[in-house]
Ligand binder design. Structure first.
Ligand code: ZN
Length: 563
């Protein structure tokens, strides 16, 4: 068959757009309530870009979730962390929809997963049903929205991925309509000197630039006096209608005298590259101020594929005596735009320049492996743990090692090894490597022990110590008392907690038979559903055993009656 001119023209247009053609208006909405977002695709999150939409669920759980199209369930997972209870549906058009943080599944799927949980004697399970085993139709109830896993409040996490590459794509590309009449908001602008001796306003470090709103609605920055290669970054967000949430923007363009130097957007990315977010943001600023500056230039080690256009890595070469006008153009998916003009003048640095590169004894070359012996503790960084070379700050305290600070991002795991020989042998079992958080509280880090050597693998710079957890977990009944009659009870609820190393595992039996107790770490609660009807008899003995991360064990045995 020959391509008609019409088809050729169509293909030509597609090439021009450089965009995959996403099926528009094929998929229905995942819920029947108005779609109001708490999070957009590509939004900047901790160590990752947000891979979907966070849809608000009226501050509650239990909103029916529907399949967005005909398809087959290809994956179901129940996890304490991450997406919590999550469902994946493959659609015939080559896309997979994902529904996360669910409270529970539809009765059919719930029965399917419960059978598996009882077989495996585990709340956490993952299953990949055969193609066609669990078919769904467009609009069919598949689950109820919840707050499970790493979710900070009730909402539905919703994704559309390419079934083959598993690359998440922006759900807006499929014609999903979300009201957005508000322009992105630009909060702060920064300029960066990027070449040796480059300077900005007599500065050789990151410099904040003020700007003001013009009568025509665009913004104008104060004139930047600079020389050498410089780049820019901004703090900004997008607001959609009906919600106060600060969501991510869709596209960022940086141009100089009309030429595009960088342009990126959040059409799609891959999970394999998502951690490179730490090269797009100014990680040092984030570590100090908890706010994310997005750079419009490409830093060393940045392997992101989100760039549509790039010239000179987005950096401006400023020459003496010349002037430039740079523009930062930030858009949301609806096309609402904020435009900022930045006048730049090439000028020799007059007066003293400031440059507080924090020079230490140890200059770390990122491409090479690096080993440091701090006496009593060793740190090993494999090659390419870091994106850039830097002066690493290493300190040994009486019981701590400080490995720089969380102002430099690590891409790979590195290892910290403590010599624990100074601690009495009988305490070794209860010891673990802990990272001290901002409040100097010890956070458990998975610790491998071999003789006196304790090792942890981590990607977080900061202060580490050896901590001891001597206290076993606590277990107490929550919604009933010992020997109580529980005739009309639907659930059995138990509180579990651990003071230091945290809970590693738990198990529960009713009259000697394993029961499924769903664990919600955010509420420290284990819940058994009486519908499971395990060992149903008048007198019931419940036994719950909980183990913490260093192996301290607690057991609660209690009884109740039920007819
Ligand atoms: Zn989400």
């Amino acid at each position: 068959m020959k391509n008609s001119p019409c088809v050729l023209f169509f293909l030509f247009c597609l090439t021009l757009l450089g965009q995959e053609q996403y099926p528009k208006d094929v998929f229905g909405p995942p819920m029947d309530i108005p779609i109001i977002l708490a999070g957009t695709f590509g939004e900047l999150r901790s160590n990752h870009f947000h891979a979907g939409l966070d849809i608000k669920t009226q501050q509650r759980e239990g909103i029916p979730v529907n399949a967005i199209g005909d398809g087959t369930v290809t994956r179901i997972k129940v996890s304490l962390w991450g997406y919590g209870k999550v469902l994946y549906i493959a659609h015939p058009n080559g896309y997979t929809s994902v529904y996360g943080h669910l409270q529970k599944f539809s009765p059919t799927i719930e029965a399917y997963i419960k059978k598996l949980q009882y077989e495996k004697k585990s709340f956490e399970v993952e299953v990949f049903p055969d193609y066609g085993e669990i078919k769904v139709t467009k609009g069919e109830l598949i689950a109820y929205s919840g707050n499970t896993g790493g979710s900070a409040g009730p909402h539905l996490h919703f994704e559309i991925r390419s079934s083959i590459s598993e690359k998440p794509t922006n759900p807006f590309l499929y014609g999903m309509h979300v009201a957005d009449a508000t322009n992105p908001i630009l909060e702060k602008l920064f300029a960066y000197p990027l070449s040796d001796n480059a300077h900005i306003n007599h500065n050789q470090e990151r410099t904040q630039i003020n700007f003001s709103r013009q009568d025509d609605g665009t913004y104008l920055a104060d004139k930047v006096e600079a020389l050498g290669e410089i780049g820019f970054g901004f703090i900004g967000y997008d607001r959609l209608d009906m919600a106060a949430n600060k969501n991510g923007v869709y596209s960022v363009e940086f141009n100089v005298n009309g030429k595009i130097y960088s342009l990126y957007n959040f059409e799609s990315f891959s999970f394999g590259e998502t951690r490179y977010i730490n090269t797009l943001i100014d990680y040092d600023y984030y570590g100090r101020h908890r706010q994310r500056i997005q750079k419009s230039f490409k830093s060393p080690g940045n392997n992101l594929s989100i760039y549509k256009e790039l010239y000179n890595e987005g950096k401006v070469k400023v020459n003496k005596g010349l002037s430039y006008t740079a523009n930062l153009i930030i858009k949301d998916y609806a096309g609402n735009t904020v435009k900022l003009a930045i006048p730049i003048e090439g000028k020799e640095n007059q007066g003293p320049s400031t440059n507080n590169d924090n020079v230490t004894d140890n200059f770390l070359v990122a491409k090479k492996p690096n080993n440091y012996d701090l006496g009593g503790a060793k740190v090993y960084f494999p090659a390419n743990t870091f994106y850039e070379d830097f002066y690493i700050d290493l300190k040994k305290g009486a019981d701590t090692v400080t490995i720089h600070s969380n102002t430099v991002p690590a891409h790979r795991n590195f290892t910290i090894t403590f010599d624990a020989s100074k601690y009495p042998k009988e305490t070794h079992k209860q010891l673990f490597i802990a990272r001290l958080n901002d409040k100097i509280q010890p956070n458990f880090t998975n610790t491998y022990k071999r003789g006196d050597l304790f090792t942890a693998r981590t990607r977080n710079l900061g202060t580490y110590t050896i901590a001891q957890d001597t206290t076993p977990p606590t277990i107490r009944t929550k919604n009933f008392k010992e020997k109580q009659w529980l005739n009309n009870y639907k659930y059995l609820s138990v509180s579990i907690a651990d003071d230091l190393s945290g809970i590693d595992s738990y198990t529960a039996t009713l009259n000697g038979e394993w029961i499924l107790m769903e664990y919600e770490p955010k509420r420290n609660t284990l819940t058994y559903n009486f519908d499971d009807k395990i060992a149903d008899q008048t007198q019931c003995v419940l036994k719950v055993t909980v183990t913490d991360n260093v192996g301290n064990v607690s057991t609660l045995t209690t009884s109740f009656y039920r007819k």
